[in-house]
Design a protein around this ligand. Structure first.
Ligand code: CP
Length: 338
């Protein structure tokens, strides 16, 4: 792929609910679109591919990165985003998710939603006649996963093949962990969930990862043995209580994870790799799951990762808006005439 030619000229599915629904070539179409558009925009180029197109952003929970990145992406591509924050519309009061889906689908060109329960994003996709993108559920965080893979590729260890690369997710098996398991193994890398047995990644996701390994290479395991840290290229963590587990008291989750699963200087040193990068989907609970010294270190790529949410969202709205190939053709022509 030259960065301008997609394997699939049009979206292979209407909706983006879970990265596990897509194969490597489909995900790489989105990533290649996103990276080519990023360099064009960073180079001073302007795009209008989504002129007059509207994205409804329906949030059942708070968000900084997902909300801002989708809104900025739509504006940069000539379109518009509507922020339908929790409590802002009739949903959850007098109107069902199904009826909301039909109405938003009649007025808008795409819907992105962060939902309390995964069934809600499936209902939106079923009842809306326009593409629906999952801005996070308790099960998966696919738009985060695209940005994360872009970040891993941006910082890919020199001279290595994907099957030599080890990505370790440390701590609680959150929806970010599930999606990272799918994305890294889909790219033929080695994925490890290093966490306590009572917060272990579900066998379902280990099976998803192993099926990917059969097709693309790499490995997929869970372990609570610190030996697995050796040779890591990327250490990734997330908060120890998520948006979906607010009821977990701090003393309970601290007892489960601290100090063994805190990403600190000692854990980074235990990788034996001075170039090992640190990733976090953010927001972080500083000095709980990660110390300041790691999050703010030169090896931390968490801020690039946050910025790549915007990179990813541009690729996603172009791809699911059905205008990715035409946009890449335009960028190629612009480069040729310069
Ligand atoms: N990582 C992430 O999804 O951030 P927000 O909750 O701020 O959108």
């Amino acid at each position: 792929m030259d960065g301008y030619t997609l394997t699939h000229k049009t979206p292979t599915r209407k909706d983006f609910l879970d990265t596990a629904d897509f194969d490597q070539s489909e995900i790489m179409d989105i990533i290649n679109t996103a990276r080519t558009v990023r360099s064009f925009i960073k180079g001073g180029g302007y795009l209008n591919s989504l002129f007059h197109k509207n994205l409804a952003m329906l949030f059942e929970q708070k968000s900084t990165r997902t909300r801002v990145s989708f809104e900025v992406a739509m504006e940069q591509l000539g379109g518009h985003a509507l922020n339908l924050a929790p409590g802002a519309i009739q949903l959850g009061q007098h109107e069902t998710i199904e009826d909301t889906a039909v109405v938003l689908g009649r007025m808008c060109d795409m819907i992105m939603s962060r939902v309390d329960r995964h069934e809600s994003i499936e209902a939106l996709a079923k009842y809306a006649q326009v593409p629906v993108l999952n801005g996070m559920s308790e099960k998966v965080h696919p738009t985060q996963g695209v940005g994360d893979m872009i970040t891993i590729l941006d910082h890919f260890p020199a001279g290595k093949n994907p099957s030599d690369v080890k990505v370790i997710f440390v701590g609680d098996a959150t929806q970010v962990c599930n999606t990272l398991c799918d994305m890294t193994t889909k790219m033929g890398m080695n994925f490890v969930h290093y966490g306590p047995a009572n917060h272990k990644i579900e066998d379902y996701w280990l099976e998803v990862g192993r099926k990917n390994n059969e097709k693309y290479g790499g490995t997929c395991i869970w372990s609570d043995n610190a030996e697995v840290l050796k040779g890591a290229d990327f250490i990734y963590t997330d908060v120890w209580y998520g948006l979906y587990d607010k009821e977990t008291p701090k003393e309970v989750y601290m007892a489960d994870f601290y100090p063994k699963y805190q990403v600190n200087d000692e854990m980074m040193a235990a990788t034996g790799n001075p170039n090992c990068k640190f990733m976090h989907c953010l927001p972080a609970n500083r000095n709980e799951e990660v110390t300041d010294s790691v999050l703010d270190s030169p090896n931390s790529i968490a801020w690039d990762e946050a910025e790549n949410r915007l990179t990813a969202q541009r690729g996603l709205v172009l791809y699911f808006g059905g205008v990715a190939q035409v946009t890449l053709d335009y960028i190629k022509r612009q480069k040729e005439v310069r």
